[in-house]
Design a protein around this ligand. Sequence first.
Ligand SMILES: NC(=O)c1ccc[n+]([C@@H]2O[C@H](COP(=O)([O-])OP(=O)(O)OC[C@H]3O[C@@H](n4cnc5c(N)ncnc54)[C@H](OP(=O)(O)O)[C@@H]3O)[C@@H](O)[C@H]2O)c1
Length: 251
Amino acid sequence: MPNLKGRIALVTGASRGIGAATARALDAAGAEVILVGRHIETLVEVGSTLIHPSQTVVADLAEPDSAEQIVEACGHVDILVNNAAVAARMATTSVTGEVIDRLLDVNVRNLLLLIKGLVPSMIAAGGGSIINVSSVSGIVGTPNRAAYAASKGAVDAMTRSLAMEFGSKGIRVNSVAPGVIDTELWAKNKAIGGVEQQINTLIPLGRWGSPAEVADVIVFLAGDAARYVTAQTIHVDGGMGNTMDLYGGAV
Ligand SMILES: NC(=O)c1ccc[n+]([C@@H]2O[C@H](COP(=O)([O-])OP(=O)(O)OC[C@H]3O[C@@H](n4cnc5c(N)ncnc54)[C@H](OP(=O)(O)O)[C@@H]3O)[C@@H](O)[C@H]2O)c1
């Protein structure tokens, strides 16, 4: 377990799923966590499960000035986890400019502006760790997710560029690419008969991941055990992003 005592960590999308699990794991490692999301009640609920003092910041990352608002509310952070995102599974023949704009605003534009706002105090403090949550959809083709895939591919590309820009200032920038993780994001599809089992067959480890399994990797990247790790995208997907069953199970 990394020792994050004395560090301040900000997690966007901390109200549920991977974000809430990450907030809990960072807290268990000793960090003080700032929880960001759109609804105070759910953030306070997650905060009440933490050991260390936490702070909540209500912000909608779809709003143009949300990054400034968050920076103003929280000041300095040592660890930034950009986890909040909008997902859209939709045929490209049905996609609208509005949907694309929303995906890019939340997943790309305001993520980068939040980094812009928080990096100066990390530099002043001598360094920090930024972890962006991307997706298997940014790495391999996944069906009906062109706009979402574009936003997540952008997250991985930004991660590498930012790692170069801020490496000499002691700031490491990495991304974590989850595969199929059992959260609300998947609730509707999981309810369709046979979907869970069919997806299991695509995953070398044979099962969906849990939010805590992604959070553990984020905590590793946040801490000193990863002090020589930057510009990486770590797949947390049970192996699905690097493999395929070429023969459909026939041989
Ligand atoms: N689950 C998967 O299988 C999977 C796979 C690949 C990648 N990912 C990525 O992992 C991350 C977390 O996914 P998840 O499955 O934990 O999702 P989730 O359960 O749907 O949670 C999404 C979180 O983001 C917050 N959020 C959404 N829109 C927001 C906005 N406009 N402003 C501020 N906060 C916002 C939500 O908070 P409120 O609604 O309370 O504001 C919530 O805390 C995302 O980046 C997602 O793309 C997930």
